[in-house]
Design a protein around this ligand. Structure first.
Ligand code: DGL
Length: 285
């Protein structure tokens, strides 16, 4: 199976794109809803929670896990790939959402090779919106300095957006106030940005409200389709990994909190009935 992990149910926005672009594969989605949101937590805590979730997905038979969470991708992916997998799970793979999203933000095609830069955007301005932790990590800054060195990047933390989404507060005057609170600063710069990346997998649920505030000429990028297109390229380039994945079109859902709560929100997001299982994660370190 392909494991897909998020702190909460926002990562279902990525799962929806994955299952639409690559429907033949079997997917197991895990939401650590009992401990979401992760966005304001420390590096060590995010790493531990992510490691426990990824290990649980491995134990269920996932050979490939997608961290459908920017906070986990920016805080845990590198250590997982460089330290944990080689020592404990050399045959498994974990991929994140930052590199593919940075490629898209730079205007590069899926799967751009190392060393390829994006000269066409050399003088533009782009914005990344994310959790406090994602923005503090400067992971997008590091990727974009490699991919499009001349691009000006504005990063804005939106600490209250993921909690609003988890609470189901997707519209109304209160939500609009919080949308403007973090969008106004990035829109009042002298020159409008060309692109805004929703660098948190919860934020696409706020897209209708965001689109009403952001001027039409500014492109707003959600990550689901970006990640799905890049995963398709990755699977083509790693046929030995693709060959290990079952292709029965299976979909399973697990959460660390109330499965009925998760299923109700998930059904609204995916537009189809689903059942979820409650699971307990165990400490790994
Ligand atoms: N969905 C997660 C992300 O992409 C974050 C939400 C949270 O704060 O847990 O960053």
């Amino acid at each position: 199976m392909i494991g897909v992990f998020d702190s909460g149910f926002g990562g279902l926005t990525v799962l929806a794109s994955l299952t639409s672009a690559l429907p033949e594969y079997d997917y197991l989605f895990l939401a650590d809803s009992a401990r979401a949101p992760y966005g304001a937590r420390s590096f060590d805590v995010i790493y531990d929670f992510t490691l426990e979730s990824v290990e649980w997905l491995f134990d269920q038979g996932c050979t490939l896990v997608i961290l459908a969470c920017n906070t986990a991708s920016t805080r845990a992916l590198r250590n997982l790939q460089q330290l944990h997998l080689p020592a404990h799970r050399p045959d498994r793979r974990v991929l994140g959402v930052v590199r593919p999203s940075a490629e898209a933000l730079a205007g590069l095609p899926p799967g751009a090779l190392p060393g390829v830069t994006a000269p066409s955007l050399a003088t533009g301005t782009v914005v990344v919106l994310g959790t406090e932790s994602t923005i503090a990590s400067d992971s997008y800054g590091m990727e974009l300095r490699k991919l499009a060195p001349g691009l000006e990047l504005v990063q804005q933390a939106c600490p209250l957006w993921a909690p609003l989404v988890e609470a189901g507060e997707l519209d109304g005057p209160g939500t609009e106030w919080f949308l403007r609170r973090y969008l106004d600063p990035v829109l009042s710069v002298a020159r409008l940005p060309q692109r805004i990346l929703l660098g948190c997998t919860h934020y696409p649920l706020l897209l209708p409200g965001i689109r009403q505030i952001v001027p039409r000429e500014v492109e707003v990028l959600a990550q689901g389709d970006i990640v799905a297109a890049r995963l398709a390229v990755w699977l083509e380039r790693h046929p030995e990994q693709a060959a290990r994945l079952a292709r029965n079109g299976g979909r399973q859902f697990a959460t660390t909190d109330d499965p009925a709560w998760f299923a109700a929100r998930g059904e609204r997001l995916l537009g189809q009935p689903l059942t979820a299982e409650r699971v307990r994660l165990r400490p790994v370190r």
